[in-house]
Design a protein around this ligand. Structure first.
Ligand SMILES: [Zn+2]
Length: 380
């Protein structure tokens, strides 16, 4: 299908307005965006049912939006986050970051690609399908607009806990993929390894156990914690030793040092296995303690799901793995597996940087492709 010029103009204005409402995280306030959507986009008199879910984080009230149309048994979830990463150095922007300046079919601004463009595409889908009585009779379409995706995903975690995802047939997350079809994402495991030795005077190192030397000696064992596995879409798991800390003074043998390690894990690599391997690391006479500070499961969807097959045929796009984490981490887990796809307008390489932009044509295409694939899958 092709959306009308009227709808394109309407979506363009919505996208500009979304960018012009700053939702930098921190603090990640999203109340104004939610009010705008309820009052001017998903209007109740047009048949949209809105529910605002708020939660507190670091003393700030954050707003999530749940908008429903349709009353059918089968549930389809469309999801996007309202918050954006900070602007950073203002002087590096060619146009003010919240001006939503349009130049040659592109709109510039913080959050344009990540992911107010994607949210606008989903709004287009909601609007078009809202005028399809058959769809509304047989399906329930739920838009989940979340807060705090960029700094902890507390919004999607809450909506997931409240059951909005339960029994969904499909989740579409409109993060920027350049209209490629995201079917996999690496998991994340952050670990701190604490090494304790014994302090001594720097002139008598043999009387102590140097914790910095201990840390260096265990590094090869860390690389052995990963199994030799790879994934067709995501490649291999990775390790980044991101931080090393230890010592107090040049003439003191340090009794404490630590390493912070960022593992990005493919679905074939179990988190628990890595953690248990880390806990097995030994080095005499040091004592070693492992602390896990963050853990997000890797995700792999069912690429044979009819919607994903249809979307692939319609877009002619390829399957990709995404290296960044998305709200999908909070929606999907091995015990509550729901087919999902990450698909949206915007170039993932330009997000979180100055002069972020989005091609308007891609926003419209995303709406059109999603409607075509939904119609082909569910309106037979
Ligand atoms: Zn994002």
């Amino acid at each position: 299908m092709e959306i009308s010029n009227y709808q394109k103009e309407r979506l363009t204005n919505i996208l500009k307005k979304l960018i012009q409402i700053p939702t930098e995280n921190p603090p990640g306030k999203t109340e104004e965006v939610v009010n705008f959507l309820i009052n001017e986009v998903f209007r109740e008199e047009e048949g949209f049912h809105n529910e605002v879910i708020t939660h507190m984080k670091d003393g700030v009230e954050l707003h999530n939006l749940v908008t429903k149309i349709g009353s059918g048994k089968k549930k389809i979830v469309l999801s996007g986050h309202f918050d954006v990463v900070p602007v950073g150095d203002q002087t590096k922007w060619n146009h003010p970051p919240f001006s939503a300046k349009m130049v040659d079919g592109k709109i510039y601004g913080r959050g344009s690609a990540d992911m107010k463009g994607g949210i606008t595409s989903l709004i287009g889908v909601m609007k078009v399908l809202n005028s399809d009585p058959y769809f509304k009779e047989n399906y329930e379409l739920i838009f989940l607009g979340t807060a705090d995706e960029e700094a902890g995903m507390t919004g999607s975690e809450l909506l997931s806990k409240m059951g909005f995802i339960n029994n969904a047939d499909l989740i579409i997350i409109a993060e920027p993929t350049n209209l490629n079809i995201g079917v996999a994402g690496k998991g994340l495991l952050w670990a701190t390894i604490q090494v304790t030795g014994k302090s001594a005077h720097g002139s008598m190192p043999d009387k102590g156990h140097n914790a910095i030397e201990g840390v260096l000696k265990i590094i090869p064992q860390i690389y052995n914690c990963l199994e030799d596995k790879s994934n067709k879409t995501l490649g291999r798991s990775t390790i980044n030793i991101g931080k090393i800390y230890g010592g107090t003074k040049i003439n003191i043998v340090p009794d404490y040092a630590e390493l912070e390690i960022d593992f990005r894990l493919i679905p074939e690599q179990e988190h628990e296995k890595v953690i248990s391997n880390l806990r097995k690391i030994e080095l005499n006479p040091y004592s070693i303690n492992v602390k896990i500070t963050n853990s997000l499961q890797s995700l792999l969807t069912d690429v044979n799901h009819p919607f994903i097959q249809n979307l692939t045929n319609i877009t002619n796009s390829e399957f990709i793995g995404v290296s960044y984490a998305t709200d999908a981490c909070k929606y999907v887990n091995p015990t509550n597996f729901i087919p999902f796809v990450i698909f949206g307008p915007g170039d993932p390489n330009i997000v979180h940087k100055p002069n972020e932009w989005i091609q308007l044509e891609q926003v419209f295409h995303a709406t059109e492709f999603l409607i075509d694939a939904l119609t082909k899958t569910y309106l037979k």
